[in-house]
Design a protein around this ligand. Structure first.
Ligand code: SAM
Length: 276
């Protein structure tokens, strides 16, 4: 664990240079390509383009997803009093990373990032730029390994106090037989009442034929596999929790706060719920 956890508030722990295979597409880099970033290779752009051929609005959808992430973090920090965030499936650093949004609202916010992609690890330094009164950390781990994630989180966050568990655009990377519901349930069991769960998830029941073709194109080109889910299936991840208004809606519909939000329609379901 010690060699996989990197903290803004501790010296040392230089990250080993991870082995990166540029010939195989990875979703973190494909997503970076769709967002207009530069941390991607030809293999990632080829897969990204295959999706854009059938759904050019993917560019708008990834922007809508980032905007949902920022609005949900801002709401939790400013209105719900949340000071701790566990952001699993972090992605490559981009504009408005979770700690930047949270600490702009509350400088003492603490954020632990988790991702299993070596290229995200290679770029993790950009995520370890905390306000001095807060903290950020990065754990190189797989979402399926909840014991490791929770052990790492206990070193950085106080799990006796509320935590926002952020699963933004990551649960669709788990097949049903990998038990995404069990993973959500184990994470939410480890945090106290007053904690929150934030989810966004690719939809199977919005433009269903296009989404099915998008899934086929992604799955034939990548070792990582996608499972789109319906609104009812995504809503069931929140079982036992209290959904905030407006419930599970498309990313751009969740508590819009600028005209730009409706200009970027998304094809991911999104919701935020409180643990009672
Ligand atoms: C589409 S990006 C989402 C990034 C960010 N959460 C956002 O919404 O902007 C999905 C991220 O999940 C990560 N991921 C995929 N499968 C994972 C797993 N099994 N464990 C941890 N992270 C995973 C990928 O490496 C990628 O960085």
């Amino acid at each position: 664990m010690a060699d996989r956890l990197f903290r803004s508030d501790r010296a040392g722990g230089d990250r080993p240079l991870p082995k990166i295979d540029a010939t195989v597409a990875h979703i973190a880099r494909v997503y970076d390509y769709w967002l207009g970033g530069k941390d991607n290779f030809a293999a990632d752009r080829a897969v990204g383009d295959k999706v854009l051929e059938i759904h050019p609005e993917t560019v708008l959808s990834v922007r809508a997803n980032r905007a949902f992430l920022a609005r949900s973090v801002r709401h939790l920090a400013m209105t719900e009093g949340i000071r701790q965030f566990l952001d699993i499936g972090t992605g490559l650093p981009s504009a408005n990373n979770t700690h930047e949004v949270a600490q702009a609202a509350v400088p003492e916010a603490r954020v632990m990032y988790v991702d299993n992609d070596p290229i995200v690890l290679a770029h993790a330094r950009a995520l370890l730029t905390s306000c001095p009164s807060g903290a950020t950390a990065y754990l190189d781990a797989d979402i399926r390994d909840t014991d490791t994630i929770l052990a790492g989180a206990r070193q950085v966050l106080d799990l006796s106090r509320p935590v926002a568990v952020m699963l933004v655009a990551v649960l669709h990377m788990l097949r049903d037989d990998e038990d995404p519901r069990g993973i959500v349930s184990r994470l939410m069991s480890a945090v106290p009442p007053g904690s929150f769960l934030v989810i966004s998830h690719l939809a199977s029941d919005v433009q269903p034929e296009t989404m099915a073709e998008m899934g086929r194109r992604l799955n034939e080109s990548m070792t990582q596999q996608f499972t789109m889910r319906s609104r009812a299936e995504v809503t069931s991840f929140f079982d036992g929790l209290r959904l905030l208004d407006p419930g599970v809606v498309l990313t751009h519909e969740w508590r819009q706060d600028s005209p730009q939000d409706s200009a970027n329609p998304g094809v991911l379901w999104a919701g935020v719920a409180r643990k009672p």
